[in-house]
Design a protein around this ligand. Sequence first.
Ligand SMILES: C[S@@+](CC[C@H](N)C(=O)[O-])C[C@H]1O[C@@H](n2cnc3c(N)ncnc32)[C@H](O)[C@@H]1O
Length: 385
Amino acid sequence: MSSSNRPEAYFAPCPRGLEALLAQELRSFGALAPVVTAGGVGFSGNRETCYRANLWSRIASRVLWRVGEFEYRTEDDIYAAARALNWFELFDVNRTLRVYVTAQKSPVKSLEFVTLRVKDAVCDRFRDDVGRRPNVERADPDVRVHVFLEEKRGALYLDTSGEALFKRGWRMDAVEAPLRENLAAGIVMLSGWKPEQPLLDPMCGGATILCEAAAMARGRAPGLKRAFGFERLDGFNAGLWKQLREEASRPAQSMPKLALYGSDSDATALNVARRNLGAAGVERWVTLEASDILSRKAPAGSGVMIANPPYGERIGESEELARFYPKLGDALKKNFSGWNCYFFTADRRMEKLIRLQTSRRTPLYNGPIECRLYEFRVVAGSHRG
Ligand SMILES: C[S@@+](CC[C@H](N)C(=O)[O-])C[C@H]1O[C@@H](n2cnc3c(N)ncnc32)[C@H](O)[C@@H]1O
């Protein structure tokens, strides 16, 4: 990155529906003028803001640094714009490279072809300037160049994150359909759960929601256990980075005692949950048990329940779920009066079939899948009958 500390332009993508939360987070890291768009937040910030966002954001998927903007009509225009950048001032020729292209309403015919052309442009420019070109690496590149194309305009970004930020470095094993960590963190934030309150995920799978809630409540920086793309760019400020990491490693002062609970009807999922919680270093705050949500009792008189039931993608699951929702409504009414219950699902039938009053529904995307976070405040008499 450039050695000066002047503000640069960034774009942080995130799961759709969490943009406003991300803008709020980014402001707290020093971001200026955050602009919310579908799927992310543009902002201006200095290098410290960029490092802080990578280390601390629970919501962003990446932090992309904008290094070029252009207008184009053809693939050749994109090539020329990419070749015009002083790449050798941005990263060393010995770094490996990969180019990613995404587009919205772009007239180009093949994104693969644009990917190749931009890769050629970067390599040709390196050859002109230093006589050699960087190697391409698909699996684990040192440097990721992102190209974003709109109808007539495009932008070139360097990825300051490297691996996506939802990879926190603690996941040991995955259950079927685990939530991405940043989506889980966003769901916990949207629920308004406070660390003083009991929190239960009664369909916890690999315990993503519980890991994120515990890390959040303990003030743990989500990026403390991993490396970042900016460490491999020129102008990396190792002193500043060390200082920010030290600051994030300091044990938090007084912390509320956490009461987190997880359960699942599947013993294999519980084993995965146990391993993930252990790797995240938060297992001491979480009580796990094998039980069916339809029969388990509430661990406290009131609290917050957050669950992510299966969506019904497997054969036969859809009918099974349609029979499950009314039973779930009955079980919540019987065992969870006094609890605020949140269900994150792509299955829109749930709201009707559960036969409880929905107090809030928030549209959220799990990748390309449109989902809802439903809120049911379970009080005696909340049953619709
Ligand atoms: C989509 S997965 C949850 C994934 C989890 N949020 C994660 O990130 O790993 C749904 C989970 O619900 C569990 N489940 C399904 N029916 C259940 C029931 N009746 N009671 C408790 N758990 C159930 C499944 O075993 C599965 O682990």
